[in-house]
Design a protein around this ligand. Structure first.
Ligand code: ADP
Ligand code: MG
Length: 393
């Protein structure tokens, strides 16, 4: 079902409340990575340009509700926003009962998670948020999988609720990759655990032509194929699950198991790396990356893909000696003509480390929300926007 878009909404002179995801890393009162702020800027600028009275809200970290702590204050974000927008963005600490803001101006509302009832989506809190505005704009894809007061409840009660440009672009890019994808459709699911990504593995295995597994997830598949994985991160209680996925079948993806790996005798940045065939891993060794032969083979599969979805590094890329597999695949994605979508906190870190962002068609701002969308789940905040759009018609 369609949603109303901010771009199609009259904003001039209106009080516009925008939910962004400005949950950025902060150290000593300074924002250390402003990617999420940068992503939100076009939305905020567009609303100011339309002469709306703009209120921006976000969460930061995981404070205890009702116990505001300075280390979770959005003040550093307000400072950073002021600089980026070239205009003073005041932080309003006490805002839930009313906010003063003039058309053309923008204010930042203090951390929504300081308010009791945010997480539980308390109705009276959501109604108070809704009462602040004429138009509510949901623009925080990264929180769209959570039904909370500032993402879901407020959208139910606001006079008008619409999707911001960032959220709309995200839904469109993910929708394009998942509905009628250009084939071959290849997915990479790496990272640490099968258990946390089981649903996404299962969903993708039913959609894609080739499902590339990496990291601790691959180790579990390697063990399930009967190989010794030594002390590698893997899940012994997931072997049956991995075997079933690997068995494939009609309409199910091919899941190639690595043929060579890079091992070390301890989990450390300066442990000497050794490349081995998959059948030669010793009891005292840890698999920390896919091997060069495997990386080249997988890189070729990616080169020929029509659509690529990437979540999760295929090795411990934080240690340079074990990052070659992730770098090779990242570069293959960037070089391919496929429509490519990537998401996940550590995946984004790898994209930055190997400097290939410009080669990816769309980089999702959501980790958990990205995975749930790929699983085919309805994101609650998006569902609410669809419902409101249906009522408005
Ligand atoms: P994302 O945040 O992109 O969803 P995950 O959080 O699932 O990704 O996984 C990333 C983590 O997995 C990284 O910190 C990486 O070091 C780790 N990892 C990857 N391969 C291995 C491995 N072979 N052994 C242990 N940890 C691994
Ligand atoms: Mg992670």
């Amino acid at each position: 079902m369609p949603v109303i878009k901010m771009a199609d909404t009259e904003l001039s002179g209106k009080r516009v409340l925008i939910r962004e995801d400005l949950n950025v890393p902060v150290a000593d009162g300074v924002v250390t990575s402003d990617a999420r702020i940068q992503a939100a800027l076009p939305t905020i600028r567009a609303a100011m340009h339309e002469n709306a009275a703009v209120m921006v809200m976000s969460h930061l970290g995981r404070p205890t509700e009702g116990e505001p702590e300075e280390k979770f204050s959005l003040q550093p974000v307000a400072d950073h926003l002021s600089e980026a927008l070239g205009t003073e963005v005041p932080l309003i600490r006490d805002w839930i009962d009313g906010v003063e803001v003039q058309p053309g101006d923008v204010v930042l509302l203090e951390n929504v998670r300081f308010l009791p009832g945010e997480k539980a989506c308390d109705e009276s809190l959501a109604r108070k948020m809704a009462a602040l505005c004429d138009v509510f704009v949901m623009d925080a894809f990264g929180t769209a999988h959570r039904a909370q007061a500032s993402t879901y409840g407020v959208a139910e009660f606001a006079p008008l609720a619409c999707a911001g440009p960032l959220l709309a672009a995200e839904l469109e890019a993910l929708g394009k990759a998942l509905t009628d994808p250009a084939r071959p459709f290849v997915a990479i699911v790496g990272g640490s655990k099968v258990s946390t990504k089981l649903h996404v593995l299962d969903a993708l295995a039913g959609m894609v032509d080739t499902l590339i597994v990496g990291g601790g997830i691959a180790n579990t598949f390697i063990a399930a194929a009967g190989h010794n994985v030594g002390k590698s991160l893997h899940e012994a209680d997931m072997l049956d699950t991995a075997s079933k996925l690997a068995a494939g079948g009609e309409g199910r993806a091919d899941i190639p198991v690595p043929t060579d790996v890079v091992v070390a005798s301890e989990f450390s940045a300066d442990a000497p790396p050794t490349t081995k065939s998959i059948s030669e891993v010793g009891d005292d060794e840890l698999i920390l990356d896919i091997g060069p032969r495997t990386a080249d083979q997988l890189g070729q599969i990616l080169s020929g893909a029509g659509t690529i979805i990437w979540n999760g590094p295929v090795g411990v890329f934080e240690f340079d000696a074990f990052g070659d597999g992730t770098r090779t695949l990242a570069e293959a994605i960037a070089a391919s003509d496929a429509f490519s979508v990537a998401g996940g906190g550590d995946t984004l870190a790898a994209i930055n480390k190997y400097d290939i962002a410009s080669g990816i068609s769309y980089i999702s701002t959501g980790g958990g929300a990205f995975l749930e969308f790929v699983e085919g789940k309805k994101l609650p905040a998006v569902e609410m926007l669809e419902r409101r759009a249906g009522e408005a018609r």
